[in-house]
Design a protein. Structure first.
Length: 332
């Protein structure tokens, strides 16, 4: 449904929309965004179905295939033409590669279940999980904006050069969460959903076990980037990226609280505490806005501002973790 709405909007308003955000170069390829969005949505649905079946090995292999196809096409097309079309095609076909594997594996499941779909069951399920579109949809918009907020505010307050340095630093610091956190979060969500149906008291045990493991795992990348982030990025990218290395060393203090807290946030989904999730997203976005506005008024430079952002966001992740633990103790 969202792809249809997006498609209609871009069909009529693609040029003014992309011009407004400075992306005129991809306006003529608006239809590819619709295909990519639909493919991405279907891919995530199939990922959730696989998580429900607790087939984490299949998920991992599908993600590897998806990444390989996507990056190969992006690089190959980029060699022939430095146009954004190659990136868009690569992302779309990457999703398609992951989708095809899931459809082959789960074709029999979907065929068997198709005969059991009725309007009454659909209404019942929609009412049972109304919290997801009602609260989480708004929360996801806020999450996306808060994730991109440092880039936005850095561009507004410190210019393009500082923004480029920060973008590289964020990519370096985000790698542990993208490689470890998302995989652990999906596996944790699958296991905790299964446990919630049979024995809620075991959720607390799984929560603390996962928390301890994630914290231990996060110490290595955190220590490496804190101590050697500047040297590593300078060695790999050149002297002109030394500031990015300094930024990565600052942001690295946030790896452990982010990896642990964000990965375990799905606990609140299982317990249908969608309001709390939305509140946490609102809190994070509000704090980030306050940090950047305050630092701008105090005339902090970009590194001091980044220190303030890291400290405040780390505290937010700690509070988020306390909310998760408290919810387990209250309802467990």
């Amino acid at each position: 449904m969202s792809s249809i709405v997006l498609g209609l909007a871009l069909f009529w308003l693609s040029t003014p929309i992309f011009t407004a955000v400075g992306a005129e170069g991809i306006a003529r390829w608006w239809w590819l965004l619709i295909i990519g969005g639909a493919a991405g949505a279907l891919y995530e649905v199939l990922i959730l179905w696989s998580t429900r079946n607790r087939t984490y090995g299949i998920i991992a292999r599908a993600q590897i295939i998806q990444s390989m196809i996507s990056e190969f096409i992006k690089i190959s097309l980029g060699l022939f033409s430095p146009q954004p079309l190659g990136l868009m095609i690569g992302q779309t076909l990457g999703y398609s590669g992951g989708i095809s594997r899931f459809l082959i594996l789960y074709y029999r499941d979907f065929k068997e279940l198709s005969g059991r779909i009725t309007l009454t069951r659909t209404k019942t399920i929609a009412m049972r999980y109304i919290g997801f579109p009602k609260f989480r949809l708004v929360g996801q918009f806020m999450l996306v904006f808060s994730t991109q907020a440092p880039i936005f505010f850095t561009s507004a307050f410190f210019g393009i050069a500082a923004t480029g340095q920060l973008s590289v630093a964020i990519m370096a610091v985000s790698a542990p969460f993208l490689l470890i956190g998302q995989a652990v979060s999906r596996a944790y969500f699958g296991e905790i959903s299964h446990i919630a149906l049979s024995n809620k008291s075991n959720i607390k045990s799984l929560l603390f076990t996962t928390m301890t493991q994630l914290f231990a795992i996060s110490l290595i990348p955190s220590a490496v980037l804190i101590l050697y982030g500047e040297d590593i990025l300078t060695m790999l990218l050149g002297q002109e990226w030394r500031t990015a290395g300094k930024m990565a060393s600052i942001l690295a203090f946030m790896i452990a609280p982010q990896l642990v807290s964000s990965s375990l946030l799905r606990t609140l989904d299982v317990m249908a505490l969608h309001r709390q999730v939305l509140f946490l997203y609102i809190q994070r976005l509000t704090l980030i806005i306050m940090v950047y506005l305050s630092c701008s008024m105090l005339e902090f430079d970009v590194l001091k501002t980044l220190w303030a952002y890291t400290i405040v966001t780390s505290i937010h992740y700690a509070v988020q973790l306390l909310v998760i633990v408290k919810s387990i103790n209250t309802r467990g």
